[in-house]
Design a protein. Structure first.
Length: 283
């Protein structure tokens, strides 16, 4: 049997037995990338300026681009949503841009759209808040086909792992990471025994999440709440991500293990019409 034929048979078997991860080779997700934030938005009276101590927490006053360098000509890494907290990693600005860290990504963002945080807002509480905390701890880990293993403390350069190639015939190094469905199961702690982030577990595929279950049910995309999820599966291809906030039919902030070349990330995205909302039972 040729190598190509072997991988085709293996992928079919994974789907058949419910171990399939998130998407077929060459089409890991159907994410629709967003354009960057509007950089002509008016600034607030307390907009940031001058040197700021390393480690200071800032709050974005609008959606603002996080770039690879201190210039609007540099590529956009992702959009920092309005009201997000970021951490200053270099005291001195360049061209009005500050080097900051947001959701594990370090880049440059224009200081006029930030202010120094005066006090921490109340954190989300209850089961949904706990789920979002687990989602945040997974950001920065690698994409690991057919797995779900993370750390409560989040990733480090030595344990985040790495993925290369095109899944399911991708190659992974390291012991931590997950695919989209392994990540979602950890965030939701389904089944109930899947309550240790550091224990490798992959109980469901997107086929499972897209179907009926006593542990979750369908919910309107217009009525999504924090820590709900959006999922699709069609002919063995699928994806699932955790919804945080935003428009369920438009721009929304999400947590997801996006694909081999992306890893587990957070940020704004949209979702095609094939996606449906699901909610964990009891929420």
């Amino acid at each position: 049997m040729s190598k190509q034929a072997f991988f085709a048979v293996a992928a079919s078997a994974l789907v058949m037995f419910g171990v399939a991860a998130c998407a077929p080779p060459g089409a890991e997700t159907d994410n629709e990338s967003l354009v960057g934030a509007d950089e002509t938005t008016a600034t607030s009276d307390d907009a940031l300026s001058g040197n700021v101590a390393v480690g200071t927490t800032l709050v974005s006053t609008t959606n603002v681009n996080l770039r690879s360098g201190p210039s609007t000509s540099k590529s956009i890494l992702h959009v920092v949503p309005e009201g997000s907290k970021v951490t200053v990693v270099d005291a001195a600005p360049q061209n009005g841009f500050y080097k900051i860290k947001h959701d594990g990504t370090v880049g440059w963002s224009y200081g006029a759209y930030y202010k120094v945080q005066s006090a921490d807002p109340p954190a989300s509480t209850g089961a949904r808040g706990d789920a979002i905390a687990r989602a945040k701890s997974g950001v920065g880990f690698s994409y690991y086909w057919g797995h779900g293993r993370f750390l409560d403390a989040g990733p480090s350069s030595s344990n985040k792992g790495s993925c290369s190639g095109s899944c399911p015939s991708c190659t992974h190094s390291g012991s931590y990471g997950g695919d989209c469905s392994g990540y979602a199961a950890k965030v939701w702690q389904v089944p109930a025994s899947n309550d240790e982030m550091s224990q490798d577990s992959h109980p469901y595929s997107t086929v499972s999440f897209n179907g009926s279950s006593s542990q979750w049910s369908t919910v309107s995309r217009s009525n999504l709440k924090e820590a709900d999820a959006l999922v699709y599966n069609s002919n063995g291809a699928g994806h699932i991500f955790i919804y945080d906030k935003g428009d369920g039919w438009g721009s929304m902030y999400a947590y997801e293990c996006k694909g081999c070349s992306y890893g587990c990330v957070a940020g704004y995205r949209t979702a095609g019409s094939a996606y449906k909302g699901i909610r964990k039972s009891g929420w």
